[in-house]
Ligand binder design. Sequence first.
Ligand SMILES: [Zn+2]
Length: 292
Amino acid sequence: MLKDLFGKKKKYASIPGENAKKDVPEGLMQKCGGCKKIFYQKELIKNLNVCPECGHHHQISAYDRIHILFDEGSFEEWDKDLLSQNPLQFPQYEEKLEKDRIKTGLNEAVVTGEGKIHESRTAIAIMDSRFRMGSMGSVVGEKIARAIERAREEKMPIIIFTASGGARMQEGILSLMQMAKTSIAIQRLHRENGLFISVMTNPTTGGVSASFASIGDYHFAEPGALIGFAGRRIIEQTIREKLPKDFQTAEFQLKHGQVDKVIPRGEMRDTLGTILDIHGFGGETVESSAGV
Ligand SMILES: [Zn+2]
């Protein structure tokens, strides 16, 4: 009991070191994942969770991203209540899902819907890596495919923000099927000249990087995002070679033509708004032409 008393005393942030994470009171201070400096969480949130010192982009929730991107009050969510089943009776899968639902306030690892960016109406899917590492199970794939289909039917563009560790192993082959399903939906959209903007955030790996994320009309990425299929260690062991230090970062992919532009979070809304406008999705343009 005496030990408990002393244990609770540490409410200040100590000098960063090996155990710095333990010493940072949760919900007040946050250690930057890039420069390891400690900041008031409020300060980081105000800066869109981007480190003011080193520019490291911390992960943000799907709803925070919606808040940053869309014109105020314009977002309408789709398919919020689709829930994952446990088709393979995988042990403890339901418990894990429930735990993540409580932790994140989300029903699944993706939020889909529509809204307006600079007055341009667009469909959107935003993955959230806090939920089962953003892995793509049947519900994630279904929600994304439905959003793409709806964008196609309603002649809207679609923007997909990816953040994923890959396929959801608890759903086995059903999870892998989502790669084909989402890719086919994009192909249908493209056949009807639809616009798909893929924005890869940290991390975009595995089945998501190997399906819809890589078949956009535009491929954007957030600075420093990890983008790749298999992990560094697996590749190094397979080819028996050391890989460059910046391998699989957004900047590396930009250099090698896999990404068209690396866009800092603070510039994302304006850049997307401009592109939607260039493609003729600007709200005002549509209305004025309808009036003629
Ligand atoms: Zn930093």
